[in-house]
Design a protein around this ligand. Structure first.
Ligand code: ATP
Length: 590
């Protein structure tokens, strides 16, 4: 397959906002690729060369790209830089320069998809001394044979600016359609993705062997499993009604979720969004080596900051001190952690994801050696609302957020948010104040003291049905001076010249951003709003829902991808529950 065919489809995908159209473009392209090409193609479409969890990045600075552009085109540095200043997009500069070149001489040969992939892979692998020069010449040698369109997309890939907006499940749909002829096979294929987190490998397997390819997929230590997620409800009774019969109620600890992979003495840690965070917690590695009694295992735990003197749980903010590149040793002493294990997914050849909650918990008990830094999450099994209510009070008084209530019979549903896990948090009990994890989609210029920075942000909830972000709040409070500076710098990296195609907004922001960053805000209640698009027309025609008095809590949810933000459906549910509560409250006499 020639890279020119890929670039052509990238251009067409970029110009459509319709998912179905996007899917059929991909189906046509996928059918033309060999299985080995398809694997590479799937990574490239997502702007990478390997699955995320491998943490392989291109690591090219703007300056390096500018140098390569000048090198391959023979145009001097100043002119290249000037073009960049004018367009603000290195991809477009590459396109223009390639155009000029073409006018001078015909291209000698057309690069294949594999040529391009291999050069990009090599580039990402380069590191250490002298790598800047090597990367520069590698990139320019890649561009030299490219047509303008190819050069544009190749440069966008290496600079991390390929914004095609193709969601994982669009690719899964396209794989199902292209190689099994039926989109309804997606769930089977998705299971392979959920236990491997490697879309390229899944695509290749299906292209090679059809559905048999995915039946062969097994849990592999070292490849993260996409986490099972919880739904939420407001009262214990609702939870009991939903699950039915006896349930397990577990403490909901307020720390960082870690997926732990142990292979003899080798231990890897993955975050909730499956990034490799092994280096954040050297102390956890030691704990796992010592306290996990299995040769090979995949487990889930909540990593929580504790007071080592009292064993008290500390708030989530304390754990944030551990998010640093340097001084990890000191931070380890100053902010020690404990691990609270809550699930077992794999151990010594047995896939526990297929087993019930009760079986998994039993096996967990046999594998974990508890001590003051290692616990199995506290749990009760009950059908009595009062007993569960009391357990929740206890959890909260011990510094937890509330409870996660689990269905005893449910298997571990990787990658799914279903009713077999339901969270009950304190905020929902305390009047109507609540927190939301929202995606920054727009910005407003600050005035006065905030001049030169963004003074407020437009925030949106996620709508998985249509794969778009719908606005729910405009928020400018809760940010410290430092936050404002840091956020402005951070968000400028995601600035785009127009509203993102996946953003649904009636409000005109001063500046639009790519939906990438998730922040936690607290709001005192949810109100009907004529200007926001979250839940538009659901409760009342012409009205959406908005957070009232939204305030940034200081918690940047960089452990969440935008698709993991609070959903529109959750907000609509919360609004309905809030109404119920208001009705239940005794009316004040006047
Ligand atoms: P939140 O923002 O409320 O922490 P979330 O959106 O990150 O939730 P959910 O799947 O909705 O993730 O809620 C489950 C989260 O709660 C897990 O990701 C995990 O970090 C945390 N947690 C704490 N204790 C438990 C437990 N006992 N069982 C499962 N998850 C737990």
């Amino acid at each position: 397959m020639l890279f020119k065919e890929v670039a052509e489809i990238m251009e067409q995908v970029e110009s459509t906002t319709k998912r179905l159209e996007m899917t059929s473009l991909l189906v046509e392209l996928f059918k033309k690729a060999s299985p080995a090409e398809l694997e590479k193609l799937v990574y490239l479409l997502q702007g990478k060369v390997r699955p995320d969890y491998e943490g392989l990045e291109f690591g090219v600075a703007e300056k390096l790209v500018l140098r390569s552009l000048s090198e391959f085109s023979g145009v001097d540095d100043e002119t290249v830089e000037k073009l960049y200043k004018e367009t603000g997009d290195l991809g477009s500069v590459a396109e223009m320069l390639a155009q000029r070149k073409i006018q001078k001489k015909l291209l000698s040969r057309e690069p294949t998809l594999t040529d391009v992939y291999e050069k990009l892979y090599k580039l990402a692998k380069l590191g250490g001394k002298g790598s800047v020069t090597q990367k520069t010449s590698l990139l320019s040698s890649l561009l030299i044979d490219m047509s303008p369109k190819e050069a544009k997309y190749a440069v966008r890939i290496v600079t991390g600016r390929l914004r095609l907006g193709i969601a994982d499940y669009t690719i899964l749909d396209a794989i199902a359609q292209a190689f099994t002829g039926d989109k309804s096979n997606r769930p089977v294929i998705e299971r392979a993705y959920n236990i491997s987190s490697d879309l390229g490998a899944v695509a290749r397997a299906v292209a090679e062997k059809g559905l048999n390819g995915v039946y062969d997929f097994k849990i592999t230590v070292g490849k993260p499993i996409r986490p099972m997620l919880a739904e939420r409800l407001t009262t214990v009774q609702e939870v009991l009604d939903k699950i039915g019969g006896e349930v397990a109620a577990e403490y909901k600890l307020d720390g960082e979720r870690v997926q732990i992979h142990k292979n003899n003495g080798n231990v890897l840690l993955f975050s909730r969004r499956l990034e490799n965070i092994t280096s954040h917690y050297p102390d956890a590695i030691e704990i796992v080596r010592k306290n996990v009694n299995a040769r090979e295992a995949v487990l889930e735990a909540e990593c929580v900051a504790i007071n080592p003197d009292t064993g008290e749980l500390l708030p989530f903010q304390e754990l944030m001190h551990r998010r640093r590149k340097y001084g990890i040793e000191e931070a380890m002493k100053e902010y020690p952690i404990a691990l609270f294990f809550f699930d077992l997914l794999y151990a010594d050849g047995v896939d526990y994801t297929e087993k019930t909650y009760l079986e998994r918990r039993e096996a967990l008990k046999n594998i974990i050696i508890e001590d003051e830094r290692v616990k199995i999450v506290k749990q009760i099994i009950s059908r009595d609302p009062e007993q569960i209510e009391a357990f929740m009070e206890e959890a909260i008084s011990e510094g937890c957020e509330g409870l996660v209530v689990k269905d005893l019979k449910a298997s571990y549903r990787a990658g799914a948010r279903e009713w077999s896990w339901i969270k009950l948090k304190r905020e929902y009990k305390a009047e109507v104040a609540d927190t939301f994890d929202l995606v920054i989609v727009g910005g407003f210029h600050g005035r006065g003291k905030r001049a030169g920075k963004y003074g407020a942000y437009l925030l949106a909830a996620y709508d998985p049905d249509e794969d778009v972000f719908r606005t729910f709040a405009k928020c400018g409070t809760g940010f410290t001076d430092e936050d404002l500076t840091v956020f402005t710098e951070m968000m400028n990296k995601y600035k785009i010249g127009h509203k993102h195609p996946r953003v649904d907004s009636k409000i005109e922001a001063d500046v639009w951003f790519e939906p990438r960053i998730v922040v936690e805000i607290i709001a005192s209640e949810i109100t009907l709003s004529p200007v926001h698009t979250c839940g538009l027309d659901v409760i009342r025609r012409g009205s959406g829902l908005a957070g009232r008095f939204p305030k940034y809590t200081g918690r940047l949810r960089d452990d969440k991808a935008p698709e993991q933000a609070t959903t529109v459906k959750e907000i609509v549910e919360m609004y309905r529950n809030q109404l119920k509560k208001v009705e239940e409250q005794p009316q004040e006499s006047t």
